[in-house]
Design a protein around this ligand. Sequence first.
Ligand SMILES: Cc1cc2nc3c(=O)[nH]c(=O)nc-3n(C[C@H](O)[C@H](O)[C@H](O)COP(=O)(O)OP(=O)(O)OC[C@H]3O[C@@H](n4cnc5c(N)ncnc54)[C@H](O)[C@@H]3O)c2cc1C
Length: 354
Amino acid sequence: MSSFDLAVIGAGSAGFSAAITATEQGAHVALIGHGTIGGTCVNVGCVPSKTMIRATETLHHANAGRFAGIQTSARLTDWSAVVAQKDELVARLRQSKYLDQLDNYPGADYLSGPAAFDRDGLLFDGAPLHAGKIIIASGSRASVPAIPGMAEIPYLTSTTAFELEELPRSMLLIGAGYIGCEMAQMLARAGVTVTIACRSRLLPEGEPEISDALRGYLRDEGLTVLDGLSYERIDKDEDGIALTVRSGDGAETLRAERLLLCAGRRPNTDGLGLDQAGIDTNGNGGIAVDDRMRTSRTGSTPPAMSPAGINSSIWPHTGPRSRPKTPSTAMACFTTTMPCPPWSSPILRSPPWA
Ligand SMILES: Cc1cc2nc3c(=O)[nH]c(=O)nc-3n(C[C@H](O)[C@H](O)[C@H](O)COP(=O)(O)OP(=O)(O)OC[C@H]3O[C@@H](n4cnc5c(N)ncnc54)[C@H](O)[C@@H]3O)c2cc1C
């Protein structure tokens, strides 16, 4: 059986960050990645979104005409070329920031395949793998809201919306967190007629004053922003989709060519076998943690990991600079009750990006 000081499940930005930090302190690390190396940020998150936002910002600024005596204009001629340029940047950064980095950290072995737990400990690709500590950094994916009729609707998520070779005439967004708001503005600036339909308000985790101000800016740019709604049902119609919503003013049907779901993210914990490992989850599938981000897994003895008990820690991660209240992405560190190797303390005391 392969044996490592640390196993990191998930080779996204959090997993890489954790693995690099541990190798720098002398640990022999198994970095286990399933899916495209680099995970969300470089492939389908920060990098593609900020690229597309910046691209459409040039249209916006050129057409805003804010200064007397200066005439500018710009128009979109080929959306597929914008998408291709974004894809090229993503591929380049995935290579330089992730794949190439593996050579720089010989203490980390990259293992391509799924990790999971059974009652005896950690499995890689179905086979036992021994690690003194385990960090779970398995990321998240777009969640699909439970609206009657949704099963029949060909919806987009932020991931698939970035792949569209042609823009639709109109887009209805469900949800208005930061991903929904930035996608909505980017699409509107590219010429799509955008409607945002949300249950509470824009950026519901932020201050209400920020929601109000942002709603004003987006409306000034021509977006329709509808908040305080409940979703009654969704259907296909001849022009696309029809979402029936209810507000204080009664029921209303919103129509658009395409639907984009930005209704939050769901942790990738389903296939991990957390229940078998005795790791508690919360209502949305995220890993329940204590104030030091340790999981509930204590005191048992999985032979593949340690003959002693297990403590564990979790840090949420949404990128290098932000730390949300809710761990949509979970990083858990299991620590045996045997003496920790010297590199473990800094990892446990502070998250790798702090
Ligand atoms: C559209 C969008 C825009 C964003 N913009 C920003 C931004 O501007 N700034 C910012 O800070 N953040 C942004 N984020 C958030 C940021 O991308 C994520 O918080 C961050 O990428 C999460 O990193 P992670 O390593 O925790 O997870 P991920 O990057 O998702 O990596 C997890 C990896 O684990 C793999 N995995 C899952 N299960 C297993 C398993 N069982 N075994 C092995 N591997 C597994 C997954 O396939 C994935 O590759 C954005 C996100 C999105 C969707």
